[in-house]
Design a protein around this ligand. Structure first.
Ligand SMILES: [Zn+2]
Length: 248
C-alpha cells in the first residue's frame, strides 16, 4: 500500500472513517494535485482535501509538490452538483481492470472501474462517503446490478477503444461517455480472453463501483470473480454493456 500522509486539519475534516478510507489505498493512475503528473504507488503521497460547497474531494500529491492540507475552492468555481465534481478530468484516480468473467451462461469480457480515492459529501455532522460516480453513470444509461447471471443492458453511445497490448501486456484504454466526456483513459492489462470476447461481441460489460479487485494479481481470476459476486450481492456497483473498438 502507498505511504499516505495526512495533516491534522485533513484528519479533522475527514473523521475516522474518512481517514481509514483515504489512507487504505494503493495509488495507481492517481494524478498529483500539484504538478498533474502521475504518482508512483511506491513513493509517499500527501492527502489534499479540496472543499467546494458541500463536497470534499480527496486528492493526492507528491510530497515535494503540495503539503497535506485542506484547500477551500471558491463557490463560483465549483460545479453545481456533486456528480459534476466526480468527473474524471478532476483527476480522481480510477482503477480499471479488464477480465473475462463467468456470467452464468457465458464468460463475458468485463471492465471494472473502481474509484481509487473516496469522494465525500459533507453533512452537518461530518463527512460521509457518497458514491457520486455510480449516480453519474446511472444517469447515463447504466443499471443497478444485483447478480451476475447475465450481461447488463446496453448503454447507448458509450464508446471504448483499446490498443494492442505491448510486450508488458499493457494496453491503452479510453472510455467516452455519450457526450464525449472522457470517463477513463489509461492502461489496462487485458487477459487474452478479454480481447477474444471483445472481438467476438463488439462490446464489453463495464461495471462501475467498488469490489476491491484493483489490487488482485492479473491472473487470479477466481478471486476477482468471488469479490465481484460479493459486491454485486451487496449492491455495490452498477453496469452496462458498452461498444468497444480495437485501435490497432
Ligand atoms: Zn507532483
Amino acid at each position: 500500500m502507498t505511504d499516505i500522509r495526512m495533516s491534522a486539519d485533513v484528519r479533522a475534516v475527514l473523521g475516522p472513517d474518512g481517514i481509514a478510507q483515504a489512507g487504505a489505498v494503493t495509488l495507481a493512475n492517481a494524478v498529483c494535485v500539484g504538478c498533474e503528473t502521475r504518482i508512483d504507488p511506491d513513493e509517499p503521497a500527501n492527502v489534499v482535501v479540496r472543499i467546494g460547497g458541500h463536497v470534499a474531494h480527496v486528492r493526492y500529491a507528491h510530497a515535494r509538490c503540495h503539503a497535506s492540507a485542506v484547500v477551500r475552492i471558491p463557490e463560483a468555481r465549483t460545479p453545481r452538483t456533486a456528480s459534476a465534481l466526480a468527473a474524471p478530468d478532476e483527476g480522481v484516480p480510477m482503477l480499471m481492470t479488464a477480465s473475462a468473467v463467468d456470467h452464468g451462461r457465458a464468460v463475458l469480457p468485463t471492465l471494472f472501474a473502481e474509484i481509487g480515492a473516496p469522494v465525500f459529501l459533507r453533512t452537518g455532522t461530518g463527512s460521509e462517503l457518497m458514491d457520486v460516480l455510480a449516480s453519474r453513470v446511472l444517469a447515463r444509461g447504466f443499471s443497478p446490478v444485483g447478480r451476475m447471471r447475465q450481461a447488463p443492458p446496453r448503454a447507448d453511445q458509450w464508446l471504448a477503444a483499446y490498443t494492442t497490448p505491448g510486450p508488458d501486456n499493457a494496453s491503452d484504454l479510453t472510455v467516452m461517455e455519450p457526450d464525449g466526456t472522457i470517463f477513463y483513459t489509461g492502461p489496462i492489462h487485458p487477459p487474452a480472453q478479454w480481447i477474444v470476447g471483445v472481438e467476438d461481441y463488439g462490446w464489453s460489460v463495464m461495471y462501475v463501483g467498488k469490489a476491491g479487485i484493483g489490487d488482485v494479481p492479473a491472473d487470479d481470476q477466481r478471486t476477482k470473480t468471488r469479490l465481484m459476486r460479493e459486491a454485486a450481492a451487496a449492491g455495490r456497483f452498477v453496469g452496462a454493456r458498452i461498444a468497444v473498438h480495437h485501435l490497432g
